[in-house]
Ligand binder design. Structure first.
Ligand SMILES: [Zn+2]
Ligand SMILES: [Zn+2]
Length: 129
C-alpha cells in the first residue's frame, strides 16, 4: 500500500506531524471534491479570509455547502507512523473523526503489526496516564 502524499498543505484540510511517545506519526486529510462540480471544498472564505470557525465547508466555485461534521466524517485520514509500542513503521488510514482514546479525544488507528491502538490527539493534549 502506498499512500498518496500531499504536495502542499493547500491540498489538505488537516495536516499533522508529531511524536507519539517513542513513536511518531504524520497524518493528513485531503480536501473533498465538491459533489456538484468537482472543485476542492474548504472552509468558507469571506473577504479573502478563511473562516476557520465556520461550522460548514463550502465549494469556492458553486457555493455548495456541507455541514462540518457530516463533511469531516465522510473523509479519510492517511497516516504514516512509527509505532511507539513495537517500533513498526507503517501506513494506514482511518476515519477523520475523533473518538474516545485513553480518556481524551483522538483520531484512533491500529498498528498493523502489534495491533496497539494508537491515537493522534489535539496538540498539547497528552493521554491521561
Ligand atoms: Zn462545487
Ligand atoms: Zn506496533
Amino acid at each position: 500500500m502506498a499512500l498518496k502524499q500531499p504536495a502542499s498543505m493547500d491540498e489538505c484540510i488537516y495536516f499533522s506531524n508529531r511524536s507519539m511517545g517513542n513513536g511518531k506519526a504524520m497524518a493528513w486529510v485531503f480536501r473533498k471534491d465538491c459533489p456538484k462540480c468537482g472543485a476542492k471544498m474548504g472552509k468558507p472564505i469571506e473577504k479573502g479570509k478563511v473562516k476557520i470557525r465556520a461550522d460548514y465547508y463550502e465549494c469556492p466555485k458553486c457555493k455548495f455547502k456541507e455541514d462540518k461534521k457530516e463533511h469531516e466524517e465522510s473523509l479519510t485520514m492517511s497516516i504514516i507512523y512509527t509505532c511507539p509500542e513495537c517500533n513498526n513503521q507503517g501506513e494506514t488510514t482511518t476515519q477523520y473523526k475523533r473518538k474516545a482514546w485513553k480518556g481524551v479525544q483522538a483520531y484512533v488507528f491500529e498498528c498493523g503489526k502489534c495491533n496497539a491502538k494508537l491515537g493522534i490527539t489535539k496538540k498539547l493534549k497528552e493521554p491521561k496516564k
